[in-house]
Design a protein around this ligand. Structure first.
Ligand code: ZN
Ligand code: ZN
Length: 285
């Protein structure tokens, strides 16, 4: 137990628009043999492989909301795990449009799945799909090997429900915001967390002709800096950068605006495969 650490790895910092070097949304949290993947955006399977995690190694998968940039790789994860002959993967989702998403995916891929069953003689792919009722107050949605995962409703209208997750293990915690404008729920959920992985938007970098409406349901960088400071998190990792920064100067501008909001902790402008190990003793390295 003492030797186990909490490790967080950003598997993707991207948004729906394709940007070189940025896979779709995803965060891997590991503690001992417990390996939890939050969201499955574009190329998540590949990013996991790049950090030595096979789909068969995952303990559970969590989805934050039904936007495609967070779910588009879930079928690849499920099918790859099935090909590796690993057991069903628990997939934890907020009740709503995602409740029967797994069944609908299997239906869409039925012809291929049947061919593979026939050719290899393997058992049909069985789902372990676990919808939960998302609430305004945080609730435990998963426990395994001394690791507890809580979830809470966030604000990403018109997408409902959308949730954030908090992982606690050995007295340390990592929070994954999913997509949300800054809100009290994430502020409260993040209280005392070591690492907050939060989406961020910077309207001043919006390309001309861009759709300004998206900035109403994503987290303004200045507001996020203020919220993260109030929550007292040690480390804030910016992800799902909207729009994706095209230069180090633009990355720096994201950081400057978060600082303008008043955040004084450690600030990371996320890139794919950024990782941090949090010792249960409290030391970081
Ligand atoms: Zn979204
Ligand atoms: Zn998104």
């Amino acid at each position: 137990m003492k030797s186990e650490k909490l490790k967080v790895t950003i598997t993707g910092t991207g948004i729906p628009h394709v940007a070189p070097g940025r896979a779709g949304a995803g965060v891997l949290v590991q503690s001992g043999t417990t390996q939890l993947q939050f969201d499955a955006g574009r190329a998540t399977t590949l990013r996991l492989a790049e950090v030595g995690v096979a789909t068969s190694d995952l303990t559970a998968m969590f989805l934050t909301h039904h936007h495609s940039d967070h779910c588009v790789d879930i079928d690849d994860i499920l099918f790859n795990r099935w090909i590796l002959r690993a057991g069903s993967l628990p997939v934890i989702v907020p009740d709503g449009p995602l409740s029967d998403f797994g069944e609908r995916l299997l239906s869409a891929w039925r012809a291929d799945l049947e061919i593979r069953e026939h050719v290899t003689g393997r058992d049909p792919l069985s789902l372990d799909w676990r919808p939960f009722a998302a609430r305004a107050e945080s609730d435990v949605v998963f426990e395994h090997g001394g690791v507890t995962v809580r979830s809470v409703l966030v604000e990403h209208p018109p997408v409902e429900p959308a949730v954030a997750y908090r992982v606690d293990a050995g007295g340390h915690a990592v929070v994954v915001s999913g997509d949300t404008r800054t809100c009290d729920a994430v502020e409260k959920l993040s209280f005392g967390a070591d690492v907050l992985v939060h989406e961020v938007a910077l309207r001043e970098l919006m390309p001309s002709g861009g759709d300004a409406s998206v900035y109403s349901y994503h987290a303004d960088a200045v507001d996020l800096g203020a919220m993260a400071e109030r929550s007292g998190v040690e480390t804030l990792v910016l992800t799902h950068l909207l729009p994706p920064p095209r230069s180090p100067d633009e990355e720096e501008l994201f950081a400057r605006r978060v600082r303008d909001g008043g955040f004084t902790g450690e600030l990371i402008v996320g890139r794919d495969l950024w990782a941090r190990v949090i010792d249960h003793g409290g030391d970081r390295r």
